[in-house]
Design a protein around this ligand. Structure first.
Ligand code: PMV
Length: 336
């Protein structure tokens, strides 16, 4: 049975690999590449940074990558001296600012002078708490890697994607993924690794029930900054670190009730901390609460389904393939 200890040893071995800069060589840059990455949903959440600049988390987190929520990104070298960014074929000033910040980091890390044209399209609502920044920055990291022929390893890609959006480091992998918070101040051991392939548990599903497709009002980055480092938060960090080991065991045993229960506990405790933010934040809407109640009722009827909610009102439902149709019928909302 995999344990955190085992993964930590693996991470240390990986950290002996060579650094990014040596790999670029003098190969000619390609003109355009198109890459894809999938959104991931955390079963054990990431919320809060211990290093704002490097995006180093206060705790480890564990996610599942959703095969149907895909970002497709085309990157090319710009003929001008500025970056150009389109999200879903449109200008998006908020996203553009973060992407250009990320491109600046990338240029500095790899000593690249070029500017880029980035065109990113999501197969699902953008910035609505459905992890579009995770798939977005993972796809962009892959695209830049290919375009600039850097030949980065998955570990290096995960570290790079993390600099765009913390949770993006997990979208480099499919299946069940663990992001170890790491110990190094430079962030070299803070990256994600696959802990179980999706083939380990083919029946496992996370559905997304749409409450509101609009972009969330308070971005997770700001929400994290506003969350108080009070006793509630410290307690969650401690409990959540223990919960990760229990979650790994439960996934290993394909125990849907245990996985669901742990995910719900972790999500509820995280949202409690967020409600203590200054000023307080509540990402839930009336529709969120209604779906949560319906999920609890379905469970009373013997259908194993559990919820988890991120920095937005939409509800992610953890269940097994054979219950998907019943859940869709009973909830009467748009479900991905
Ligand atoms: O990576 P960010 O900044 O989008 O933060 C993601 C935060 C949550 O989605 C709420 C939790 C998580 O672990 O994905």
């Amino acid at each position: 049975m995999p344990t955190q200890k085992f993964y930590f040893a693996a991470l240390l071995r990986y950290s002996e690999q060579s650094n990014f800069k040596q790999k670029r060589g003098s190969k000619k840059l390609m003109k355009t590449v198109t890459t894809k990455a999938n959104a991931n949903i955390a079963l054990i959440k990431y919320w809060g940074k211990q290093d704002e600049r490097l995006f180093l988390p206060t705790k480890s987190s564990l996610s599942f990558t959703l095969p149907k929520l895909i970002t497709t990104t085309t990157v090319s070298i710009s003929s001008s001296d500025r970056d150009e960014v389109l999200i879903n074929q449109k200008k998006n000033p908020a996203a553009e600012k973060n992407i250009i910040r990320f491109l600046d980091i990338f240029r500095k890390l790899h000593n690249i002078k070029d500017h880029f044209v980035v065109n990113s399209t999501n197969s699902f609502p953008t910035a609505a708490g459905l992890a579009s920044s995770a798939s977005g920055f993972a796809a962009l990291a892959r695209g830049l890697n290919e375009l600039c022929k850097l030949n980065l390893s998955n570990k290096e890609l995960s570290i790079l994607a993390r600099r765009g959006s913390g949770s993006a480091c997990r979208s480099i992998h499919s299946g069940f993924v663990l992001w170890q918070k790491g110990k190094e101040a430079c962030g070299s051991d803070s990256y994600a690794e696959k802990i179980f392939d999706s083939s380990h548990w083919p029946e496992f599903r996370i559905l997304v029930a749409i409450v509101d497709k609009k972009a969330k009002k308070i971005k997770s980055r700001l929400g994290m900054q506003q969350t108080q480092l009070d006793d509630c938060y410290k307690e969650w960090i401690q409990k959540s670190e223990i919960r990760i080991n229990e979650m790994i065991t439960a996934i290993g045993q394909r125990d849907i009730d245990k996985v669901g229960k742990l995910a719900e506990e972790d999500c509820l405790e995280m949202h409690d901390c967020i409600k203590h933010a200054d000023p307080p934040i509540d990402y839930w809407q009336e529709g969120t609460r209604e779906i949560v109640q319906k999920i609890k009722k379905l469970r009373e009827r013997g259908i194993p389904c559990y919820f988890t909610i991120d920095a937005g009102p939409n509800v992610k439902i953890i269940t097994l393939e054979k219950y998907v149709e019943t859940i869709k019928k009973e909830l009467c909302v748009e479900i991905f």
